[in-house]
Design a protein around this ligand. Structure first.
Ligand SMILES: *[C@@H]1O[C@H](CO)[C@@H](O)[C@H](O)[C@H]1NC(C)=O
Ligand SMILES: *[C@@H]1O[C@H](CO)[C@@H](O)[C@H](O)[C@H]1NC(C)=O
Ligand SMILES: *[C@@H]1O[C@H](CO)[C@@H](O)[C@H](O)[C@H]1NC(C)=O
Ligand SMILES: *[C@@H]1O[C@H](CO)[C@@H](O)[C@H](O)[C@H]1NC(C)=O
Length: 682
């Protein structure tokens, strides 16, 4: 601070006339101004905390429309821009979004996080372990041939789909994982530390300063870096120590936690996001089967949760609660001290107690929680407290890691033993988290019935050998098939596992996104990707199984408008039960949906690299479908996958009853190799 002042005074050439006294005074003024800056930030933060809960605010806009709901909110074609990269072993596709945590608003890079969890053995900052994949059921491995293995594996998927563990006990092989967003103020204010690994994206900047400049530039122009590698992460002044400001840098990561118990699908039900739903003219059931849907957790396990096997999710009564199922899950997740940490918070001389225990028990604050009990001995007795003044999603965990910026407090209290007033400065470090999604891991990650070779990710030469330096691209011939599999060519599920929609065998394989891989004897095997999907393709006897259940909260749920709107939506959605609460009842209701739902399609899977294994989804509205039937073409945009989307001109072939890409981005074919065929997802 002194040096800075001296320099600025030097520059203005007035150093000679500045006396010691004036210097002290100036230093004091700068300190006062810095203090005022901190208070301004506090005021902005308090405003944000009062206006919104911790949650997701917005995803990137790609559409415009005649109504506001034709543009993106936290969802539109996909909630939080979730998508698939199932050709990677443990990559979970998730795009960019804006989130608020405890009043701090920030924007992520393209996330594409991995199925990893905090370390079980190390306390190191952001140290993670791979989440183990569930094993293959022994009864599948015991089968003698491929056909029988496929059939037995399908039985396990059927048991899971019907949540019937008497038919096959699927529970050791279908493992729920909660992936969460964690944010905090860090002490790393110079060089960027990438807080979580992605096989596909990392922050493209040299330093925080460089990143801030790039973000300032794209904000000014409204532009975008085409690789989606920038994030907006604020900086703050955390403390003032003897006139020197202590800066802190906001950072976030996405990590996952394997639940210690089975989470029945009956405890999950869809939430109505009407804007997204009306934009596609879908009823809630249908919407719940798309990437756009969000879900909520029941307050607890129990018979009151009914599983609707036809829908694949549960139904339960809505109610208020203290310490629900979500709290139970979040309580299993540690903060930055990783698994096994034990910390207690007794700032202000008060014990922070476990709200679940009847008798006073110290709360382990190293794990995420949003409630606690306070006990100031001899004072008002035990009090139950929710974290945050009005934030229902403020899950916090304490940490001892010096990389997390501490918040300091100076306070005085009477010592209980000596009865003298004692003053001290204490510092605590906290991180914040919100749930993002529940993911069910299946035995498909481990199942390799063709015994295909897997090349370790560190073996660079081996990686090249799989594609023979580019000659092999996964085509379904012996010369084009991959010679082995790897973390990013994670293809080992036999194509026969899924239902083929086409009678023509070759076409059916393409429909399923099959690639060719040579086995250890050089024989060609047709397989599909085995990584994490949102919804699995049709399995015979099972149907389409959803595996990712987004449960992220929204910021707007935390203010009066949001809450009022949710109540009104409930009345309108449930007129039979809630209609009586309307001041004047509607006389007649044209209850049935008069408008038809959009039709839902996907493109073929392409394996061309760049841009890498992917497909897109698209919606065509009912009137456009009528036009197509008349022989006209219509133009629609696709979802964004692998950082790009297409504008498709679509036509209908009345002879083959198929929908075709007539023009892709104005060209005869798509640049990245999608075939002309469109597949219905309805
Ligand atoms: C940015 O993301 C792309 C993927 O879209 C990746 O290939 C690239 O390495 C990233 N660049 C940097 C500098 O992180
Ligand atoms: C929802 O819509 C689909 C078609 O879009 C229809 O098949 C289904 O019966 C509808 N469900 C309800 C509960 O109305
Ligand atoms: C709570 O404390 C009382 C009295 O000390 C004891 O009798 C009781 O068993 C305790 N309850 C629990 C759940 O530990
Ligand atoms: C495939 O790779 C193996 C080594 O893993 C090699 O022995 C074999 O010759 C390769 N096959 C072909 C057809 O290139």
């Amino acid at each position: 601070m002194r040096l800075l002042l001296a320099i600025s005074l030097l520059v203005t050439g007035t150093l000679a006339v500045v006396s010691d006294h004036q210097f002290e005074m100036l230093a004091k003024k700068v300190e006062d101004l810095t203090r005022q800056l901190m208070l301004t930030e506090l005021s902005i933060g308090e405003r944000a905390r009062a206006d919104a809960d911790s949650g997701i605010k917005q995803i990137r806009t790609t559409n415009d429309g005649t109504k506001s709901y034709f543009t993106q909110t936290h969802s539109y074609n996909s909630v939080c821009s979730i998508h698939e990269h199932s050709n990677y072993d443990r990559t979970v596709g998730m795009g960019e979004f804006i989130a608020t945590m405890n009043g701090v608003e920030f924007r992520t890079r393209h996330n594409d996080y991995k199925l990893r969890m905090p370390s079980k053995t190390s306390k190191n900052y952001n140290q993670q372990d791979d989440i183990p994949f569930p094993p293959v059921p022994p009864s599948v491995l015991a089968k003698r041939n491929l056909q029988e293995q496929v059939h037995e594996m399908q039985n396990y998927f059927r048991a899971f789909a019907f949540q019937n563990h008497n038919f096959r006990d699927y529970r050791p092989y279908f493992k729920p994982v909660l992936c969460y967003l964690e944010g905090t103020w860090t002490t790393s204010t110079k060089s960027i530390d990438e807080p979580f690994q992605s096989d596909r994206h990392s922050i493209d900047a040299e330093s925080w300063f460089d990143l801030q400049e790039k973000i300032r530039f794209t904000s000014y122009t409204g532009g975008k870096h085409y690789l989606e590698n920038f994030s907006y992460l604020p900086t703050t002044i955390m403390n003032m120590i003897n006139g020197t400001p202590e800066y802190a840098q906001w950072n976030y990561r996405i990590s996952c936690h394997p639940l210690s118990f089975d989470l029945p699908l009956s405890a999950i039900k869809p939430v109505d996001d009407m804007a997204g739903r009306i934009a596609h003219k879908m009823n809630l059931t249908r919407y719940a089967h798309t990437r756009s849907a969000r879900f909520t957790l029941a307050r607890r396990f129990g018979r009151e949760n009914h599983f609707q096997w036809e829908d694949g999710f549960g139904n339960f009564k809505d109610s208020a609660y203290h310490n629900g199922l979500l709290d139970k899950i979040m309580n299993e997740i540690p903060g930055k001290d990783n698994y096994g940490a034990v910390l207690h918070d007794n700032t202000f001389g008060m014990d922070t107690l476990d709200p679940r225990k009847v008798n006073a028990t110290l709360l382990n604050t190293a794990y995420y929680h949003r409630r606690f009990k306070h006990d100031k001995k001899g004072a008002m007795g035990i009090r139950d407290v929710h974290r945050g003044f009005s934030d229902s999603n403020l899950f916090v965990a304490q940490t001892s890691n010096p990389k997390v910026a501490p918040m300091k407090i100076h306070y005085c209290a009477k010592n209980e033993h000596t009865h003298h007033k004692e003053c001290k400065t204490e510092a605590v470090r906290y991180t914040y988290a919100i749930p993002l999604e529940l993911i069910y891991l299946t035995p498909l990650f481990s199942w390799n019935p063709h015994n295909l070779k897997y090349v370790d990710r560190r073996d660079r030469k081996g990686q090249q050998a799989i594609i023979e330096g580019g000659k092999r691209n996964g085509g379904t011939t012996v010369d084009k098939a991959y010679n082995g599999t790897s973390f990013k060519l994670f293809y080992k599920t036999p194509v026969e596992f899924f239902h083929g929609t086409n009678v023509d065998k070759d076409k059916a394989d393409t429909d399923r996104g099959a690639v060719g891989v040579l086995d250890r004897h050089g024989a060609l095997k047709k397989v599909v990707s085995s990584g994490q999907r949102i919804t699995l393709p049709d399995i015979p006897g099972v149907g389409k199984l959803r595996l990712r259940y987004p449960i992220m909260p929204l910021t707007r749920e935390g203010n009066q408008v949001g809450k009022e709107l949710d109540a009104v939506k409930d009345v309108l959605n449930h007129l039979k039960n809630f209609g009586g609460y309307l001041d004047q009842k509607p006389s007649a209701l044209a209850g049935s949906a008069l408008t038809q739902a959009d039709s839902h399609f996907r493109t073929s899977v392409t394996n061309q690299d760049p841009p890498g294994h992917h497909f897109h989804e698209l919606y065509i509205d009912y009137d456009d479908m009528q036009d197509l039937a008349k022989g006209l073409t219509v133009t629609v945009g696709t979802t964004t996958d692998n950082s790009h989307s297409h504008q498709l001109e679509i036509s209908y072939d009345a002879n083959t009853h198929t929908y075709k890409i007539h023009k892709c981005d104005g060209k005869a074919t798509c640049w990245d190799g999608h075939s002309a065929v469109l597949y219905s997802m309805d």
